[in-house]
Every structure is written in C-alpha cells, then in structure tokens.
Design a binder for this molecule. Structure first.
Ligand code: 1HN
Length: 362
C-alpha cells in the first residue's frame, strides 16, 4: 500500500518535532503549557484572624530551631496554590508580632509595605534606622534593599498586612536576601544583631523627604516613608464632602512617592478609597490586578462581564479580596448609612513602565 502525500508529511512533522526537542528547540506551531488564569477571591477576616492567632501560639519567632523569621499568614490565589502567591506579581500576607517579640532584621530585593490593622501604637518597624511607629491604618514603606526589623515592646499583639513584589522579583531572577549582622559565635550560634540600632525617631522620614529637603535626596526611586492614617482619613473626608469622585472608584487617593509625586514604589501603587453610603460605581477593567483590604464597611464587588452575569463578591470589615487583570469590576457599598473604606495595592506601575497598561470603561 502506498502512503498518501499527507501521511508522508505527517511522518516528517513527527520526525521534525523529535529533532527540535533533541536540540532544545521548539516550533511556534507546537502546543505549550499555559499558566492558569487567576480568579477573583474573598478571604474573610474571621478565617485569616483565627489562623493568625493560632500561629501566634504554635509558631515561634526567631532564628533558633524550627522558629520562623516572620509569622505571616499568606493569601493564596486558588488558581495558583502551588506558587502560594496572591497575584502573579504581589503577595499579601498578614503578620503577627506578640508583646515582647522581635521579627529580626533583614533586607531583600523585593519591595515591601505594611498596612497596620491592630496594635496599641507602641510597636514599630525600624526601616534603615528610623523607628516608624505602627498605629492602626498607617502605611509604612520598606522599599527594596532597605534594612527592616519589627519590634513590639507593648502589651498587645500587633497585626498588619504585608505586601511584597516578591514573586515578580523572583520571576525576574533577583531573589537576593541578606540577614543583618549574620555571624556565628564559637559554638555555632547566631550572635546579637537581630535588630538594627534606632538612629532616628518616628517622623524623621517626613522631615527628610518633605517639602523642605536637601538636594539629591532621592534618585527617583522609592524612599522609606510612613503615611499616617489621620492625614489619609482627613483627605478622604474632605473629598467625600466636596463630592470629588471617580466614577469607577468613588473617592480615591493615591499614596505617592513624596519626592517624585509618582507611584508609591516602582512596582506597587497603594490607594485609599471611600465609597459613600449606598454608592455604586461604574464598571471598568484594566491590565493591572488589584488586592483590596476592607478597612471598614460592608459591600459587594461584582467581577466579570455583566452580559455573562458577573459574579458578586461580598465583603465586610477587614476582609481581603482580589480582582484579576482584565476582569470587569464595579463596587457597591451595601450600607445606606456608613461609608466603606478600602485600602488597595496594584501592580499598575509595572505595567505602565513597560507600556503594558490598558484600561477600558463600560
Ligand atoms: C518579609 O520579609 C516580611 O520583612 C513579611 O516582615 C512578609 C513575605 C514574603 C517574603 C518576605 C517582613 C514576607 C517577607
């Protein structure tokens, strides 16, 4: 029996595929594995908080034995549980430091920020020698490669959100990490150096990077900085009263780099949002993804095209939720009497700086 022309060709294609693979080559027409699409998700505070408090009893903080260098509960996107990441670029987790504990000093290429949830205002993050007090709803930046340790000298646990671009840094093969004063004594034990000395008291960053500042204080990169909630809340209230609203986001504030006026950090932009009682925003979508934390209030975010029946994600005070890239979304404040306040982080500066940012309104 003679082979048809098509059969001959098929055999040649199969042989070509074997030869390509042998030489670590691939044909554009060949199938490849695609990473899964991220999914919207709500992490209820009750579950986060009870797991975190339990970890406070069973997970020790430190460097000895099986102790952890940080005690954080990480938000994991259900589509990528193997990566333990919230989005492809950003990781949000919730950290607990009990009274008297120290989360030891280190620095890494990944940029980080803390948004404070609970504490008596005596705990602090030491960033590059500055004692930055952590009062509820304050935002504290530890830009990439800045030394940071966390201390709780008070009598109440301190809890905050951590957001890091660690998965982006790892994706770009820049996973560098260094512990502060990492040395061993003659017995092979760590000695001292678990925290850096305090050189500047709380508030120094606002002097150093404020409107009166020395020349060349920043080369355009992010600076260690602490944004106080009292300032943010006053601005949100003022805008809400004046009716200054974004149709898609309600009252919206950007936490800017105080020196450049640009995004909070090169890879992460932070925002604070106020939805008035009963307010419903208009749908839009964009190529950046967003992780939200509900400071206060009760609402619903509808994610997905209305035509195909967008899904409603309900949230309440201290819950966290995620809206993936290109997902249509709109917010509703379910309360008829109280505002809903949201803190959120996005990878928008990364997409913008690479020319990959697109936005579409319904
Ligand atoms: C980290 O260094 C901290 O310094 C918190 O407090 C959370 C999550 C992933 C990788 C490093 C911290 C982190 C982290």
């Amino acid at each position: 029996m003679t082979q048809t022309e098509a059969e001959v060709n098929d055999l040649r294609v199969q042989a070509l595929h074997r030869r390509l693979a042998e030489h670590s080559l691939g044909g554009h027409w060949q199938e490849r594995e695609r990473s899964p699409a991220l999914v919207p998700h709500v992490w209820p505070w009750e579950a986060i908080h009870s797991c975190l408090m339990e970890s406070g009893e069973v997970i020790k903080l430190g460097h000895a034995g099986d102790a952890a260098n940080r005690r954080t509960v990480q938000l994991v996107n259900p589509a990528i549980t193997n990566l333990k990441s919230t989005s492809r670029t950003l990781q949000m987790s919730i950290q607990l430091v009990n009274p008297g504990e120290t989360a030891e000093c280190h620095r890494h290429m990944a940029a980080a920020l803390r948004f404070v949830i609970a504490g008596d205002g005596t705990a602090y993050t030491n960033v590059e020698g500055e004692k930055m007090l952590m009062e509820p709803n304050d935002l504290v930046l530890t830009p990439h490669w800045t030394w940071h340790d966390h201390q709780n000298p008070g009598t109440k646990p301190v809890v905050w959100l951590d957001v890091l671009d660690v998965h982006l840094a790892n994706f770009l093969d820049a996973p560098i990490h260094e512990n502060y004063n990492e040395s061993l004594d003659q017995n092979g034990n760590y000695f001292a150096g678990s925290s850096q000395p305090v050189v500047h008291e709380d508030g120094y960053c606002r002097q150093r990077y404020g409107v009166m500042r020395r020349r060349g204080v920043s080369d355009g990169r992010a600076v260690p900085y602490a944004y106080k909630w009292r300032d943010t809340l006053a601005a949100l209230r003022e805008m809400a009263a004046a009716g200054e609203r974004d149709p898609h986001d309600g009252v919206l504030l950007d936490y800017t780099n105080p020196v450049t006026g640009g995004p909070t950090m090169p890879t992460i932009a932070c925002r604070a949002q106020w939805l008035g009682p009963g307010e419903a925003t208009r749908a839009h979508r964009h190529t950046s993804s967003t992780i939200y934390h509900v400071i206060e209030g009760e609402g619903t975010t509808v994610v997905g095209a209305e035509a195909s029946g967008g899904a409603a994600y309900d949230w309440g005070t201290r819950d966290c939720f995620f809206v993936p890239s290109l997902g249509w979304h709109r917010h509703v404040n379910r309360s008829k009497t109280a505002p809903a306040l949201l803190f959120s982080v996005t990878d928008r500066p990364v997409l913008e700086s690479l020319g990959l940012y697109r936005e579409e309104a319904a």
